[in-house]
Write a protein that binds this ligand. Structure first.
Ligand SMILES: Cc1cc2nc3c(=O)[nH]c(=O)nc-3n(C[C@H](O)[C@H](O)[C@H](O)COP(=O)(O)O)c2cc1C
Ligand SMILES: Nc1ncnc2c1ncn2[C@@H]1O[C@H](COP(=O)(O)OP(=O)(O)O)[C@@H](O)[C@H]1O
Length: 312
């Protein structure tokens, strides 16, 4: 897969089949559409291209600081790279871009830059300034500029929309296994290990504190989770706490992981950590002793879960 920083940077000698969308999560519904894109490309001797926007239109137009996404743009790239698509075009969605008329968008971007011979698009997709054009207008443009339009049915679009919403809601409710089923891969959190309060080592449970730089990344419900990661090329399991550490009087939200059977300085490392299942809610314990006891139970639970599901 070739990545292009915006439609204007796209270069290819071939004609393309293009689909347009955010594809947050790249979940099973998205994967179906991408499969169709890739197969259509093969059958028509075209190259397949996904046109996606970043930042998300809602971040730009509504200054929607609250919008949370399942994938960071880096994660989205990595997952799409495995899908067999020839081109990923990440177009910066700006105020200026949003003012392109429907005709300008079709003519300048789809036809002249991307050389689209086919566009696969949802039945309800709207585009151009103020989102005034619809799929019928696109078909009209297709006759003029000689490309075909293939519609993604209402049912397929709804399936896709529903599963993105369902995945976000499942994560916010702590149901990571449900989210992982919809995604067909484990939801993960990625960031740099930073210094915490320095209490973990006294606890006998040192924890790597993850700092996630993308403020738009969705963080699942507070609580304790069994996790898996890769550190220096080796698979490691662990238990993660997402929360405010109320027992030791914390207030800020932290994401910290104790890795099982590991003794390594992790400061400054960039880790991607998969969430496998949820163990329990975060609690305010009366004493640190009681918290320690709970963490020992978490460890026993985690080891059993790993034996049951990931035994080699
Ligand atoms: C598996 C696990 C479960 C945890 N559960 C709780 C909890 O229920 N309540 C709580 O206040 N803190 C919980 N913590 C957080 C500890 O309070 C935290 O590790 C400790 O404050 C050390 O923080 P530090 O790494 O920033 O020094 C948990 C941590 C881990 C790794
Ligand atoms: N098994 C392990 N799991 C997590 N971190 C570990 C582990 N072994 C060593 N470490 C190191 O210990 C650090 C955490 O220690 P801790 O006392 O909790 O300090 P702080 O909270 O100040 O970051 C981690 O960032 C990592 O560098």
């Amino acid at each position: 897969m070739k990545e292009h920083k915006g439609a204007y940077a796209f270069e290819s000698d071939h004609h393309t089949v293009v689909t347009i969308g955010t594809f947050d999560g790249v979940h099973v519904g998205h994967q179906k559409i991408i499969e169709r894109l890739v197969n259509t490309a093969k059958a028509g001797n075209l190259e397949s291209a996904i046109l996606t926007f970043f930042p998300h239109p809602r971040m730009v137009l509504q200054k929607d600081a609250g919008i949370k996404l399942i994938n960071t743009i880096e994660e989205r790239k990595e997952i799409l790279a495995k899908s067999g698509v020839d081109h990923l075009i990440i177009h910066p969605f700006t105020q200026q871009f949003s003012r392109l008329s429907a005709r300008e968008f079709v003519r300048d971007i789809l036809v002249h830059k991307l050389k689209a011979k086919k566009v696969i698009i949802g039945y309800d997709h709207r585009f151009g300034r103020n989102r005034t054009a619809d799929i019928n207008d696109l078909r009209e443009f297709g006759r003029e500029y000689e490309f075909e339009v293939e519609e993604i049915s209402k049912q397929d679009v709804e399936e896709v929309a529903v599963s993105s919403t369902k995945i976000r809601q499942a994560l916010l409710d702590g149901y990571v296994e449900k989210a992982n089923r919809y995604l067909s891969y484990p939801f993960s959190l990625a960031g740099t290990v930073v210094k915490g309060k320095g209490l973990g080592k006294e606890f006998e449970f040192p924890t790597a504190n993850l700092e996630i730089k993308e403020e738009y990344k969705l963080i699942p419900k507070n609580g304790v989770y069994v996790v898996r990661s890769e550190i220096d090329g080796a698979e490691v399991f662990g238990m993660m706490n997402i929360g405010t550490n109320p027992t030791v009087g914390g207030t800020d939200k932290t994401i910290e992981t104790h890795f099982l059977d590991l003794d390594k300085d992790l400061y400054g490392k960039y880790l991607s950590i998969e969430l496998l299942t949820r163990i329990r809610d975060e609690k305010k314990f009366d004493t640190v002793e009681n918290l320690k006891r709970a963490m020992k139970q978490d460890e026993a639970f985690s080891r059993q879960f790993i034996r049951d599901n990931y035994a080699k």
